[in-house]
Design a protein around this ligand. Sequence first.
Ligand SMILES: [Zn+2]
Length: 464
Amino acid sequence: MADIETRPELMEKIVALAKRRGFLYPGSEIYGGVGSTYDYGPLGALLKMNVKQAWWKSVVERRDDVVGIDSAIIMHPKTWEASGHLQGFTDPLVDCKGCRKRFRADHLLEGESAGMPGLKERPKDIKEVRCPECGGELTDVRQFNLMFKTFMGPVEDEAAATYLRPETAQGIFVNFANVLQTSRLRVPFGIAQMGKSFRNEITPGNFIFRTREFEQMEMEYFVKPGTDEEWFEFWKGFMMDWFVSLGVKEENLRFQEHDKEELSHYSKRTVDLEYRFPWGWAELWGCANRTDFDLKQHAALSGKDLSYRDPVTGESYVPYVVEPALGTDRAVLTFLLDAYEEIEGGRTTTTESVKEVETVLRLHPALAPVKAAILPLSKKEPLAALAREIRDSLAGRHSVQYDDTGSIGRRYRRQDEIGTPYCITVDFDTPQDRKVTVRDRDTMEQERVPIDDLGPMLAEKVGI
Ligand SMILES: [Zn+2]
């Protein structure tokens, strides 16, 4: 059963597909790559944009109690003093005296590091652990701050030291009073934002699961103290529903409660929505009850009043905060993994089809990078001009692809592999009846549709 729990071959296939079809490339690849960075290619950029849009629509657009902001990546250094990151955002680091590789001591103790699979009993002390790579002796544990340090302006001295934000949340907290003043929101309400964050991870890995530069989609939901536990349950449920509504299989999702000793310094309670990744269960979306920690800290260090006065009851208090925080790249990886399916011997039954393994990426139509492919059966006129006309009428409203190369079976398989939900075939009857054949990726059913109905049909099928 262990092989079902850990599916390394699935990860290899996703990485290969991502590279081959232009979802993700190793960053700075022509220079040999750099520190586990990845670049989103043409299809990956579309997929990521769709994931972000889906999140923004559900968390911000559809709700009248949440607004969105887009704050700066470089913030006043005091921010990180207030948030506790300057002091406490560290990982325990050990080096191997033999091969010089670096590891996180906590990961070695959890036995989660590569090279230590199947470790039956967890070691209690890092002194019991040897290097998983070479078996060498490890150094003592040192605390390593994960923030990327840089300098503002031309002088590289400590007074000019700033940091790339390690989370988007603080940009929300420092704007709490601004948003309150410029909107008509009343507690409970939320402020959301998506954007890049940076953590100088000791051991990035597992493709885009843990990278040093990554994107977050975070929302801080401000509530009256005492109602925080209720709202926590609400947002916890929301997280699961969101992934399921976008097609992720429920059996691959679970909640994991943090133990008291695992809790971050600001948190009263944290629950992770975990996904069954190829290497095991791991955090996908964390929900934290950050209490009034951040607002109180920023009030203390800035000297500004960050309390809330209820305009109706006149009551004044510092709100508690419930934070659902999702990593965009992790979400992208989850959708790719969950949608991936191989069909032995193929499922195309046309005589021209080669009996080989067929790959279908069963992405939710709203997330699919390409919504429809326009496939003329002939490169010649009048089919080519008609197919171009269809492409032009759909482009701008939908992401579409034009493909007239190779047999129709091959073209279907190319689209299946990148998750295109609909293939529109322009055939020899089209010039007469102005109808096309629309093939459904999942059912492979084909339907004759008038050209004029394509736009409204796609709008209905690929929306969320
Ligand atoms: Zn070593």
